[in-house]
Design a binder for this molecule. Structure first.
Ligand code: ATP
Ligand code: MG
Length: 443
């Protein structure tokens, strides 16, 4: 190949004509040009922050909700548009430790990193000094520190995440003594009080919370309509947009996924008209990606929990399964010689799986036993099973086929049977329904 040939490929692609006019509008990772809805959440935040005019702000606001519910974009948009405050928006996703988180805050404030040997106290001191100087220079009273994806610091148990939050809150108290105001906004998938915190932190942070529920179908549709208007070179069939919104909101109400779904469907449609079948194909592709991403970095036990949900869903044909059913299933497939995790740990893993978007949950009353969670796969069980282990999944499919066949032939009792059928039935005689259940771990 030479440069000329590359040139002719480029002009061929350019002549094809594209369904897109501005594909960037369907980039779910870049900041949107417009925020759709979420007025209640924006208003709550504005109320918390505007209190600074009265000389008071709450020390901590916990912003929480599922992935793709608009937390990051809405909080940033509000902070960007309130005059009179200074703020730093720090995404902690890259932080592997609590000290790493402190360094990310320092970097956002324009200060060079410290070495962990210098200690977390010094890091917090430097953060405080820098905030003071920012406020002095800007002649402002309030500094807002937004800590996005705060969940990650709670994985660093040795780094004492609760202590770190405590130190930041105390930093706010010290700033107050100097005539400034300081508010931390922590963004996470769960409300802050659900993480492991010392009592002294709990009593200081109060209970200022802003919840981002999953988007409804009509919310998602509004976001998609807005994006489609900018992104495409021609009008898109309203039914197709509605179909995208329906698929996304039925699963998880995640705007990021809905936008990705629309973009990939349009890539598949290429220069032709965007149709429902393209959305279906895009949805399959996204599911495969999500499953392989989750499983690629998953621990052995997380894979087994995923396998347990896939298997029970496939075998019973039922969608919802309680934590205790899933725990029993999990314990049955854990390899001989591997100690199963505790019920509590498996229940935590289910939450992790929910956060990756493979399952969704609902809480229901179990009468006098209190409340319990049930989980439902939002991707196909076959895809999950095959991604975990083809051989293992084949065994499950075979067992189910044999079982279903045995059940149906018991009912019909055909007189003459062909040889292969006889063979199969002979195995089924030994493998009656009961042993089959044992084989697949359903008893
Ligand atoms: N209200 C909205 N208006 C316009 N676009 C939105 C809105 N909510 C979400 N989006 C789009 O969806 C993407 C995901 O939203 P966002 O990053 O705010 O989710 P999140 O709640 O922070 O998720 P995570 O927990 O995964 O960080 C955004 O980049 C944006 O493109
Ligand atoms: Mg976010």
């Amino acid at each position: 190949m030479n440069k000329k040939e590359i040139g002719s490929i480029i002009s061929k692609i350019e002549q094809e004509g594209s369904i897109f006019a501005k594909k960037a509008s369907l980039d779910s990772l870049s900041f949107p040009s417009k925020i759709i809805g979420r007025k209640d959440q924006a208003e709550s935040l504005i109320r918390y922050l505007l209190d600074y005019k009265q000389g008071y702000v709450v020390p901590y606001v916990s912003v929480y909700g599922r992935s793709g519910s608009g937390k990051s974009v809405v909080i940033r948009f509000v902070c960007d548009n309130i005059d009179g405050i200074s703020f730093s928006f720090v995404n902690l996703r890259q932080a592997k430790t609590v000290f790493g988180a402190a360094n990310l805050i320092l970097a956002e404030l324009g200060v060079s990193n410290l070495k962990s040997a210098q200690g977390i106290n010094l890091a917090v001191d430097v953060i405080g000094k820098e905030i003071e100087s920012v406020l002095q220079k800007a002649k402002k009273k309030l500094f807002v520190l937004v800590l996005d994806e705060l969940d990650v610091i709670f994985y660093d148990k040795r780094g004492k995440p609760s202590d770190f939050i405590y130190k930041l809150v105390v930093l706010g108290e010290n700033l107050k003594k100097k005539g400034f105001l300081f508010c931390i906004i922590g963004i996470s998938n769960n409300v802050l009080s659900e993480y492991e915190l010392d009592d002294r932190v709990k009593s200081r942070i109060g209970s200022s919370e802003i919840f981002f529920g999953p988007y409804s179908k009509s919310d998602v549709l509004d976001i998609l309509k807005d994006r489609a208007g900018e992104a495409f070179s021609k009008k898109i069939d309203a039914n197709v947009l509605e179909y995208c919104a329906e698929l996304s909101s039925a699963e998880h109400g995640d705007a990021r996924r809905a936008i990705d779904l629309l973009r990939i469907a349009a890539e598949i449609a290429s220069s032709g008209d965007l149709e429902k079948q393209h959305v279906d194909r895009a949805s399959d592709e996204l599911q495969k990606d999500r499953i392989s991403q989750t499983l690629a970095s998953a621990s052995y036990h997380l894979r087994i929990v995923c396998g347990a949900i896939a298997r029970i869903t496939f075998l019973t044909g039922e969608s919802w399964h309680s934590t205790s059913t899933l725990y029993n299933q999990y314990a049955k497939i854990v390899q001989n010689g591997t100690k199963p995790l505790s019920y509590r740990r498996v229940s935590d893993l289910l939450t992790d799986i929910e956060n990756t978007g493979l399952v969704t949950s609902q809480t229901s009353s179990k009468g006098r036993h209190g409340y319990g969670s049930s989980y439902k796969l939002v991707v196909s069980p076959e895809m999950v099973g095959i991604a975990i282990s083809k051989e293992w999944w084949k065994g499950i499919v075979k067992a189910k086929l044999e079982h279903d066949f045995a059940v149906s032939s018991k009912k019909t009792r055909i007189g003459s049977r062909s040889r292969p059928l006889n063979n199969l039935l002979a195995t089924m005689e030994q493998n009656n329904e009961l042993t089959w259940k044992k084989y697949v771990g359903l008893d």
